[in-house]
Design a protein. Structure first.
Length: 44
Protein backbone atom coordinates (compact mmCIF):
# COMPACT_ATOMS: atom_id res chain seq x y z
CA UNK A 1 0.00 0.00 0.00
CA UNK A 2 2.91 2.32 0.72
CA UNK A 3 4.20 1.88 -2.82
CA UNK A 4 0.86 2.88 -4.33
CA UNK A 5 0.89 6.15 -2.39
CA UNK A 6 4.49 6.71 -3.41
CA UNK A 7 3.60 6.09 -7.07
CA UNK A 8 0.62 8.45 -6.92
CA UNK A 9 2.73 11.11 -5.22
CA UNK A 10 5.43 10.80 -7.86
CA UNK A 11 2.86 11.08 -10.68
CA UNK A 12 1.32 14.19 -9.11
CA UNK A 13 4.79 15.67 -8.63
CA UNK A 14 5.74 14.99 -12.26
CA UNK A 15 2.44 16.43 -13.48
CA UNK A 16 3.09 19.60 -11.45
CA UNK A 17 6.57 19.87 -12.98
CA UNK A 18 5.08 19.40 -16.45
CA UNK A 19 2.57 22.20 -15.85
CA UNK A 20 5.32 24.45 -14.52
CA UNK A 21 7.47 23.71 -17.56
CA UNK A 22 4.56 24.38 -19.88
CA UNK A 23 3.95 27.79 -18.32
CA UNK A 24 7.53 28.84 -19.03
CA UNK A 25 8.16 27.19 -22.40
CA UNK A 26 4.70 26.53 -23.76
CA UNK A 27 3.82 29.74 -25.53
CA UNK A 28 2.34 27.85 -28.43
CA UNK A 29 -0.01 30.52 -29.70
CA UNK A 30 -0.28 30.45 -33.49
CA UNK A 31 1.16 33.23 -35.60
CA UNK A 32 -1.59 35.28 -37.12
CA UNK A 33 -1.56 36.15 -40.78
CA UNK A 34 -4.30 37.63 -42.96
CA UNK A 35 -5.84 35.12 -45.33
CA UNK A 36 -7.70 36.15 -48.46
CA UNK A 37 -9.64 33.48 -50.27
CA UNK A 38 -11.71 34.56 -53.26
CA UNK A 39 -14.97 32.66 -53.71
CA UNK A 40 -17.51 32.59 -56.49
CA UNK A 41 -21.17 32.58 -55.58
CA UNK A 42 -23.55 31.21 -58.17
CA UNK A 43 -26.81 33.12 -58.07
CA UNK A 44 -29.71 32.05 -60.29
Amino acid sequence: MRYIFRLVFMLVFLAALAVLGYTFVGDLSPQRAPVELPITLEVD
